[in-house]
Design a protein around this ligand. Sequence first.
Ligand code: AMP
Ligand code: MG
Length: 327
Amino acid sequence: MAEILKPTDENLRILREFLRLGGLVAVPTETVYGLAANALDADACAKIFEAKKRPSNDPLICHVASYEALEAFCETNEASKILAEAFWPGPLTFVLPKKDTIPSIVTADLDSVAVRSPNHPVFRQLIEGCDFPLAAPSANPFAYISPTRASHVEANLGDRIEYILEGGPCEYGVESTIVDLRDPTNPKILRYGALPVEKIENALKKRLPRPTPKLDQEIIAIAPGSLPKHYSPRTPLELRASTVSERELIESDQTTAYLLIRKPKSARAANIHWLSEKGKLETIASSLFAKLRELDDAEYQRIIAEEAPELGLGLAINDRLRRASFR
Ligand code: AMP
Ligand code: MG
């Protein structure tokens, strides 16, 4: 079983050396837990695909300590500079033209690379002492619910990796927002995530093309991991565009779990669950994956989930729920 290590200076030293020599370590970030390897070591990165059972055509995000560190790995531009100044370190990933230093296994043979500088204090302490970037997808088996606690990683990958670095529950609880900056004059949102798109648009002073379920095929051609089925519990999940009525909740039977955006007015039963007291999007996002896991483990026959409002973080929450509901 994997060992869960506290982020002491000594443990961080051990883990950096383990990574440098080609090992895999699950690490906390402010979005979700990642499964990290030395991004310059193709054999180490191959182990990520193997441990997650991730198809080789689904590229990895490379994590760096600073914007300046990008120089060695990709071609930066004016748009990446503006966005890094506004949002790094933080939950925003750039897709930029890659340099040959990044092995092709990391980028699934694409001529671009996805890069981000995370701001979780434990991750920063780890990566600031590494002289290599860390390739790190979410630390979950391919297509299952992403992990937002060290215990989630242990439950799913504990028998396939040696170390999990403890960093507490993830602050945002959904993955980073991804923006395609290959052409700096025409940036596109590739994935909704923890940084609301409206903030990115404000920083760049323009509206950006956004992903929609209809554009999935187009987005997959650029970002091959954007599959319709993802973040999925084993239990079938049905997504409701409108609020579930109190009457339906009261009449519901115990084999169906309800996953509501906010606490219902009066209906209370063991099968009725909510992601926030009052509908605050930050709270909904940070509790979403942990709650989905809890319901999946409770062996309900189905889960009925409510959509969040379609703005800000709500876009990322709904994107995850939609993919979780795909059959
Ligand atoms: P994950 O690390 O599991 O959150 O997934 C990372 C996602 O980032 C992948 O599934 C891709 O869709 C996207 N991605 C990674 N690298 C690239 C790239 N070079 N170009 C476009 N999208 C990328
Ligand atoms: Mg993932």
